[in-house]
Structure formats: C-alpha cells, structure tokens
Design a protein around this ligand. Structure first.
Ligand SMILES: NC(=O)c1ccc[n+]([C@@H]2O[C@H](COP(=O)([O-])OP(=O)(O)OC[C@H]3O[C@@H](n4cnc5c(N)ncnc54)[C@H](O)[C@@H]3O)[C@@H](O)[C@H]2O)c1
Length: 371
C-alpha cells in the first residue's frame, strides 16, 4: 500500500478535526498505509508554519494555490469557510488531486454545480464532510430499518437545534449576513438531509417555512443592523416509498448545544437517536404484553462497527472527532476503488438542490420538486 500524501487547507475547528483524523486513521483501523502529512495551507506563512508544527505536517504555505498545485500531494482536505470551497476544490481537482471538502459544497447552486462538473471531469474522488452519517448508531438505525424490526417506515422526524444565535442581543456577525447563505436552512439543513439521504434515499420534493426570530442585532459600529437570513426553518419532505419527513432546524434554540434528533416510526415500532446522547439509540418494538412495552436503550459497543476499532469495551463511548476518523477511512477506501459510506459530489449536489428547492418553496409558499 502506497501512503497517501495529504494536504490540508484551513486549520480552525474543522481543520484540526481533519488533521486528527489523518493522524489517527492508520492507528485506529490498522489496515491502511499511514498517510504522510505532506503540506499545510493557511491564510499566511506564519500561521501555516505554527499550525504545521502543532498538527504534524512536513511543509507549509501561506498560499493555498501552491498547496493544491504541489506535485507531491495526492489528496487535499479543504476546511476553509464556505465561500472558499468552490475555488479551492475546483483548483485541486484540476491539478489531479482527490478532495475531501467540508460541507456545504458552496453558497450558491451554480458554484456547487461547477464543483460537480470539475469532479466528473477529473476522475478523482471528491467527498464531503458529512460526519454525522458515520456514527455507528446511525448505521444501527439503518440496519434496524433494513431488517424489518420496526416494520415499514411511514414517518421520520429530524431536528437539529443549537443555541449560538439564541441571544437576541449577540452582535450581528458574518453568519447573519445573506452572503453566508440562507441561515439555519443550509447551515444545519444539509446535515439533516445527509441523514435522510443515508437512511432513506433522495428527497423528491419539499415544502419549507423560514423564520427570523430576531430581525435586527447590535451592529459593530453602533446602532442596530437588520439580520439578512433565517435562524429557524421547517421542512416537509417527501422522501419517496411513502416516507414523509419533517425537518426542524433552529440555531436560536436555548439550551440545545448539539441536538440532532432522528425519530423513525414504522408499522411495528420505532427507533430514535439524539446526537447529544451520541452513543445511544432507543428502540421500541410493539410486541409482547402491552404493560411491558417501552423504549429500550441500545448502548454503543463493539457490536456496532467500527466502534470495535477504537475501543474493545462496550459503553465507553466514541466522540465527535472519531466520526471524522471513520469518514477518513471511508475516503481512503473510496480512493482505493472500494465501496464506502460517503457523500460524494454527486450526492452532495442533490443535497444542495434540495436546500435551494426548500428556499424556493419558502418564497412561493408551495411544494417544490427537487430537480
Ligand atoms: N462537518 C461538520 O460537522 C462541520 C462543523 C463545523 C464547520 N464545518 C464546515 O467547516 C468549514 C470551516 O468551518 P470552521 O468552523 O472550521 O471555520 P474556522 O473559522 O474555525 O476555520 C477556518 C480556517 O480557514 C482558514 N482560512 C481562511 N481563509 C483562508 C485562505 N484563504 N487560505 C487558507 N486558509 C484560510 C482560517 O485561517 C481558519 O483556520 C465550513 O465550511 C463549515 O461549514 C463542518
């Protein structure tokens, strides 16, 4: 096995997460060549050098164009803010690199489509950072649906709530500007849709409502500035095969820190999950005496692969960063031409289309088909 030569652009929240994953993947899984952390890109040389030393990269650059063009790089992690993904991903693909780009693809549908086109032309692998689909408990939910334990699924609910916009008096920031996107709809909605897509397939049509709980916020120069996007969104989604979904998104939900609650209801039972209870799923099977029926907790353990690759003991728990290690292993498999669980630029574009269809639905007040 030839080690992959990795470049990373951006070393904030997600950049560190990618760096940890590239560092850990060979040790955790034991079946891949240890990637070489070849080159790190940041906004300037000094920051690039400091972060390269901290994260274990051999070389660094303050110029991302040099990073994507470097001949001694096979794959580029792109973990910069959304507005950079389009230019960086296309340049990396055109330079013959595989790409692992953070979600969402890009702020506009036209940019996402151009990224998809560049990927198709490249013959390379291009994957997106939809880490929540990698949770072993989500795999367990998928297996439980597939084996018929809860019967034919009829209704699904996905809620994603956090409270970083809950304070009405927190200042106007980049995420309140229209340039950053629709607000909760794309900020959170893409994750919710990645779970729907993974569990049930493509969303066929949507009906959306957007809400702006706080229409203005304190401006940095004094006074108040009008908020330009929506902190909450509700989507009805038709997922096909008779499955109807409700997706509720709120980044102004006091008390919720990282809730992604998935509830799947079938003809014979239900299975649920909440990201704030990361290592658990709740299963209800409608059988036996009614007086003894109730949800039971399934606690993550080695019976839920690839948990076993991290820890041999059940109930000790995986964490957020472990999802990226699993995603990284799936990416390496895809690069090797193997089947893997990953949202690539084709699936990613479908997610983007569903989001833009939802925005169009909210404007028109009617169902909109997802192209
Ligand atoms: N998958 C997830 O769960 C998840 C969670 C959070 C963020 N994200 C996504 O990750 C991406 C990054 O978000 P973040 O929260 O890590 O942001 P961040 O602000 O913490 O980090 C961004 C980094 O990019 C660097 N950067 C900015 N411009 C650059 C340039 N021109 N060249 C090189 N480096 C540059 C910054 O210096 C910074 O280190 C976004 O697309 C976001 O949507 C994904």
């Amino acid at each position: 096995m030839t080690p992959l030569r990795v470049a990373l652009i951006g070393t904030g929240y997600m950049g560190k997460c990618h760096a940890l994953a590239w560092n850990a993947v060979a040790s955790v899984f034991g079946d891949v060549a240890r990637p070489r952390l070849a080159l790190l890109g940041e906004a300037n040389d000094a920051l690039a050098e400091r972060r390269a030393r901290e994260l274990g990269f051999e070389r660094w650059s303050g110029d991302w164009r040099r990073v994507v063009a470097d001949p001694a790089v096979d794959v580029v992690s792109i973990t910069t803010p959304n507005e950079f993904h389009f230019e960086m991903a296309i340049a990396a693909l055109e330079a013959g690199k595989h790409v692992w780009c953070e979600k969402p693809m890009a702020p506009s549908l036209a940019e996402a489509e151009a990224m998809h086109k560049a990927w198709r032309a490249s013959g390379k692998v291009a994957a997106l950072g939809y880490n929540y689909i990698q949770n072993p408990m989500i795999r367990q939910i998928k297996a439980t649906i597939a084996d018929g334990t809860i019967g034919r699924v009829n209704h699904v609910r996905v809620e994603m709530d956090e409270d970083f916009m809950a304070n009405a008096e927190s200042p106007f920031g980049p995420r309140n500007a229209a340039a950053s996107g629709y607000g909760a709809l794309d900020d959170f909605g893409v994750h919710a849709l990645s779970l729907l897509f993974t569990l049930f397939g493509h969303v066929r049509r949507v009906f959306a409502d957007l809400a702006m709980p706080y229409p203005d916020r304190p401006a940095s120069g004094g006074g108040r500035r009008a908020v330009e996007n929506h902190d909450a969104a509700t989507l009805l989604a038709d997922v096909g095969d008779g499955v109807r979904a409700v997706v509720q998104l709120n980044r102004a939900a006091w008390g919720r820190k990282g809730r992604i609650a998935v509830q799947v209801f079938g003809a014979k039972g239900a299975i649920t999950f909440d990201q704030e209870r990361f290592n658990e799923a709740q299963l209800y099977v409608a059988e036996g005496p009614l007086a003894q029926q109730g949800f039971r907790t399934i606690l993550a353990g080695p019976a839920h692969p690839p948990y076993d690759r991290f820890i041999p003991a059940p109930g000790h728990g995986l964490g957020f960063n472990d999802l990226k290690v699993i995603e990284c292993r799936q990416l390496i498999a895809r690069i090797a031409g193997e089947e893997s669980v990953l949202i690539d630029f084709a699936e990613g574009l479908r997610i983007e289309r569903a989001i833009h269809a939802a925005a169009s639905s909210a404007r028109q007040g009617r169902w909109v088909d997802v192209a």
